[in-house]
Design a binder for this molecule. Structure first.
Ligand code: GLN
Ligand code: ZN
Length: 763
């Protein structure tokens, strides 16, 4: 019989119960015991669901109050001194929350730990902070308690923990320089004994299998790290009375494959959706290891082609027998929970989809088919029928889009003239002062705005009244920007709830779910749109708002669009064509919007691409290809305008060094970026590259409610001017203002304009 298991189940709950409970606890509206109860019942529900689906082992340790890496840091006692000085005390739940958010119902507030992206997903984890002399100990019991709970419910628990090398790689510390600093490896001597204790505890609890996650094996690892694997796993395996399953995901192992196969573990999991390692190389080197394969995509929402998986599996099954296991490709943390709740999706589309719960059913079908269990035949046939119907559905393919995409190769990717000529024409058209001031797009989103949007969506507010309210808001925003004397104005984005959702709702080829939430970080969940078919723009999306805003002022109003890569990156993307093709379809739709804005008299158009960097593949070797099509899509969307139309873009992150060439290749006339917290140091990349176009380095952090000081902003700009020509510089905040209050915004922007005025005098 094929062993079925799961690398992790989403913990948030089908109705985001965990989010609600945790937030109520933070707000003081829920007792800790009540919170504990919610967590326990969610875990029990999820285990039962997995066991009912036919899984042989259920994961324990995939549950987390905030983040699974933070849970493990607390288990290991990796708690910076500012949160807990007493090194023999257990780490409490409130200490965990203070590490995540800086404060909790009890305990002294302190600066929260850093959060960063989990590999190339949209999930974010809390970065462990290591002291140079970091010690480790078992400092929290909850994981062991959960193992007991799972046993008490009659399940076979498989604890899931991050492997020691992945844990260190994901950590940071003042004495370490970057993720792969080999100095971190010196901590292994003190870390491994604690891992051995943890494994011993599991063995004492009667655990048979432990899943150790080592996803860094899909990255380009320095030799020192790759070489450490054998030593580390020799030490772990020798001491362990449990069987160890080494789990990898998000890619293939490639040059790390033989390392992984040499390790004295009892099983290895490979991601067969994103990884393409040659199983012909794997099988002969397996020894008596279990091989667990993931053909069901844990990161997307489409039903699996089980026949294709079976084709690959049948021969393996003959070779490996019971040593062949099946699981989804990675933890289902990245999938929405349950498709059954979606009562508003039309049934045809629904039949093509699979969320976490359905993926487990697919897993059972696959396992049953492999075992020759005829009771799964009906299910397999239904799956086949759904996929076949999807392939033929006329909802997906739009011949007009197909033709246009096919001809897109002929469309020029260049502006009419080079930047130097364009900028001269733009200056003439726009008549901007030196150090022009602008904002990134959104203005504060008040409760009235949110209510109006919601009421309009539910039909409680009619179109006329809704438009009226939004226009009022735009007018207020324009008046306000004129008062503070900004140079390039925006309409304020009041009509947008989210920068991707807004466009997804107006484009063909997108659909939205009611409950398709996925955890982004902590209690924050996102509900990505699903791109199921060819993307087309039935009508203009932003022109009326921009035109109205422009009619109220003589100053230029900047049209505001979300870029093709960001829309792609923050959606569930169809899997029946390359991502690059889907991105080009979006780019073509945006191209029309850009041109319509221009035709309506909008002289400045911004296309936000905050997710450009996020899309970078995990392996450096794949970067070039990605950046080529990402840049191509941006250019496809933007270059169709006249020289005197100014194209802006915006990105809010702080690592440009390794992609500066691609950033320059976008050839945006102006780029605004987040720089204030880096003290302008990230402009070094632009200086070294001799970045030629205009640039607006953010002069204040919009995440803080504090009013930025004029002289501080002048100083920052002077630092920018040491790196880049003064005449290329703009003055703007780091990012959009939608999370700020109006009261905070007024002073901040007035000061920013004052700073620009001082800079102009110094010219
Ligand atoms: N134009 C968007 C805004 O101002 C940009 C948001 C972003 O960069 N994430 O809100
Ligand atoms: Zn931003």
């Amino acid at each position: 019989m094929t062993t079925l298991h799961n690398l992790g189940f989403p913990r948030i709950g089908a109705r985001r119960e965990l989010k609600q409970a945790v937030e109520a606890y933070w707000a003081g509206d829920l007792q800790q015991t009540e919170l504990e109860h919610v967590g326990k019942s969610l875990r029990e529900r999820h285990w039962a669901l997995q066991a009912d689906a036919g899984l042989d082992l259920v994961p324990v340790g995939d549950f987390a109050w905030y983040d699974q890496i933070l849970e493990f840091s607390c288990l290991l006692g990796v708690v910076p001194n500012r949160f807990q000085q007493d090194n023999d005390q257990p780490v409490s739940l409130d200490t965990l929350f203070r590490m995540a958010r800086g404060r909790a119902p009890s305990g002294t507030p302190a600066a929260a730990c850093e959060m960063t992206k989990w590999f190339d997903t949209n999930y974010h984890y809390i970065v462990p902070e290591l002291a140079a002399d970091q010690t480790f100990r078992i400092a929290r019991e909850s994981l062991f308690e959960q193992v007991e709970d799972a046993k008490a419910q009659g399940h076979a628990p498989k604890p899931v923990i991050p492997g020691p090398l992945t844990y260190l790689y994901l950590s940071k510390g003042e004495s370490f320089d970057g993720a792969d600093d080999s100095n971190k490896l010196t901590l292994l001597d003190s870390l491994i004994p604690v891992y051995r204790q943890i494994l011993q505890r599991f063995a004492d609890q009667g655990v048979e299998w432990v899943q150790i996650d080592e996803p860094i094996l899909v990255l380009d690892l320095p030799d020192s790290w790759q070489r450490s694997y054998l030593r580390v796993y020799d030490q772990l395996a020798a001491a362990s009375d449990c069987q160890l399953l080494l789990a990898t995901y998000f890619g293939g192992l490639e040059n790390n494959l033989f390392t992984a196969l040499e390790l004295p573990v009892d099983g290895l999991h490979l991601d067969r959706v994103r990884g393409n390692d040659d199983l012909g190389q794997v099988v002969p080197r397996l020894g008596d290891k279990v091989l667990s394969l993931g053909y069901i995509n844990g990161r997307n929402i489409w039903r699996t082609d089980l026949d294709a998986a079976l084709d690959a599996l049948i021969a393996l099954r003959n070779e490996l027998g019971d040593r062949l296991w099946l699981a989804p490709s990675c933890s289902l943390l990245h999938s929405p929970v349950d498709l059954d709740q979606e009562d508003k999706l039309y049934s045809e589309l629904k039949s093509w989809l699979s969320f976490a719960k359905q993926k487990l059913q697919e897993l059972a079908l696959l396992g049953g088919a492999l075992d020759g269990d005829s009771s799964v035949n009906a299910g397999l046939q239904a799956q086949r029928d759904a996929l076949q119907a999807r392939g033929l559905s006329n909802r997906i393919h739009n011949p007009v889009v197909g033709k246009r995409l096919a001809a897109a190769g002929e469309v020029s990717r260049d502006r009419h003239s080079p930047f130097a000529e364009r900028i001269a024409r733009q200056q003439q058209a726009l008549q901007l002062p030196a150090f022009p001031t602008t904002t990134i797009g959104s203005f504060p989103q008040t409760r009235e705005i949110r209510t109006a949007r919601r009421d309009w969506k539910t039909g409680r507010l009619d179109d006329a009244n809704y438009t009226q309210q939004m226009k009022q808001e735009i007018a207020r925003c324009i008046r306000y920007q004129e008062e503070v004397e900004l140079d390039v104005l925006v309409h304020g984005e009041a009509e947008r709830n989210d920068m991707v959702e807004y466009f997804g709702e107006l484009l063909d080829g997108f659909v939205f779910t009611r409950f398709g939430w996925v955890q982004s970080y902590g209690s924050r969940c996102v509900k990505p749109p699903i791109i199921f078919g060819d993307v087309q723009r039935p009508e203009a999306m932003t022109v009326a708002w921009a035109e109205y805003a422009q009619s109220l002022t003589d100053k230029p109003v900047k049209g505001m669009l979300t870029g093709p890569v960001t829309i792609l990156q923050w959606s569930f993307v169809r899997d029946d064509q390359p991502r690059a093709d889907t991105c080009r379809q979006i780019a073509l739709a945006l191209r029309d919007e850009v041109q319509d804005l221009e035709a309506a008299g909008i002289q400045v158009i911004q296309i936000d691409e905050p997710a450009l960097r996020e899309g970078l593949p995990l392996r450096k070797a794949d970067w070039g290809q990605y950046l080529d099509w990402a840049v191509d899509c941006f250019r496809l969307a933007t270059v169709g305008v006249a020289d005197d139309t100014q194209i802006h873009t915006h990105m809010c992150y702080s690592e440009f060094n390794d992609i500066i060439e691609a950033i320059a290749a976008l050839d945006a006339d102006v780029i605004t970026i987040e720089t204030s917290r880096s003290n302008m140091e990230l402009l070094d990349a632009f200086r070294d590259f001799q970045y030629p176009n205009d640039i607006g380095p953010g002069v204040y952090d919009i995440h803080s409610p504090n009013e930025p000081d004029v002289s501080w902003m002048v100083q920052l700009m002077e630092k920018a001017a040491e790196r880049l020509p003064r005449e290329r510089l703009w003055v703007n905040p780091d990012c959009g203002l939608k999370t700020r209050k109006w009261e905070e915004t007024r002073g901040a922007l007035a000061n920013m304009v004052d700073a620009a005025k001082q800079l102009r005098e110094a010219v």
